[in-house]
Design a protein around this ligand. Structure first.
Ligand SMILES: [Zn+2]
Length: 221
């Protein structure tokens, strides 16, 4: 029996890392809408041709096309279950996904939300830097070089920061995330499917908490 989940979390919560681990360790398959649209375009399937036409006109791909794509992928995937990322923005989309799964004798077993503390996330992200020479990662307060201003690994003296790693960007993304998930979280709350995991914990601990959710008896069927 397949285990199907939705994995939610704001940028910086480590969602990508956790999804990748679930693929590698549990044989699940991540169904990311962005990736599905790109590969459909390239593959030139009937759905893909429609995707291309819509995107070339600069329009948004409709829910109907996205549903058709998800259906195709659900029929093909050989994994132990699907991980849906946060493409769901509206209740009708959530209901459409439910029907797609039901038609295949499947259902969403868990909605896992990686919860972050916004201020701590700002600190975590804005403090990031890396060695300009070897790329070794550092952090102003959490992991600074042993000798101030000198890379532990290669002795480099220059460090760089990503332009996106600033407070305004982080706060804007958090606001966007809340806005996006606001309509769908209550839908799944009402079904008793939402599990919250502290995304501020070290990666391995977050992984262990997710595992304990997945190893629990499924919600239905
Ligand atoms: Zn270095």
């Amino acid at each position: 029996m397949k285990l199907d989940i939705i994995l939610l979390g704001p940028p910086g919560a480590g969602k990508g890392t956790q999804a990748k681990r679930l693929e590698e360790r549990r044989g699940m398959v991540q169904l990311s809408t962005g990736d599905m649209l790109r590969s459909a375009r390239e593959a030139g399937t009937p759905v893909g041709l429609r995707v291309r036409a819509v995107m070339d006109r600069g329009e948004l791909v409709s829910d109907a096309i996205v549903s058709a794509l998800i259906g195709e992928h659900l029929d093909q995937e050989q994994g132990s279950g699907a991980i849906f990322d946060g493409y769901l923005r509206t209740q009708p989309q959530a209901e459409a996904l439910e029907i797609l799964l039901e038609e295949r004798g499947r259902n969403i077993d868990h909605v896992i939300e990686l919860v972050v503390d916004e201020d701590a996330l700002v600190t975590r992200i804005t403090g990031r830097s890396s060695c300009a020479k070897c790329g070794a990662p550092y952090h102003d307060t959490l992991h600074s070089p042993k000798v101030d201003g000198t890379c532990d690994v290669c002795g480099g003296k220059e460090f760089k920061r990503r332009p996106d790693d600033n407070e305004q960007t982080v706060r804007t993304r958090m606001a966007e995330y809340r806005e996006k998930t606001a309509p769908i979280l209550p839908f799944y709350e009402a079904k008793g499917l939402v599990r919250r995991v502290d995304g501020m914990l070290p990666v391995q601990e977050v992984s262990a908490l997710i595992d304990s959710v997945l190893d629990r008896a499924p919600a239905s069927s």
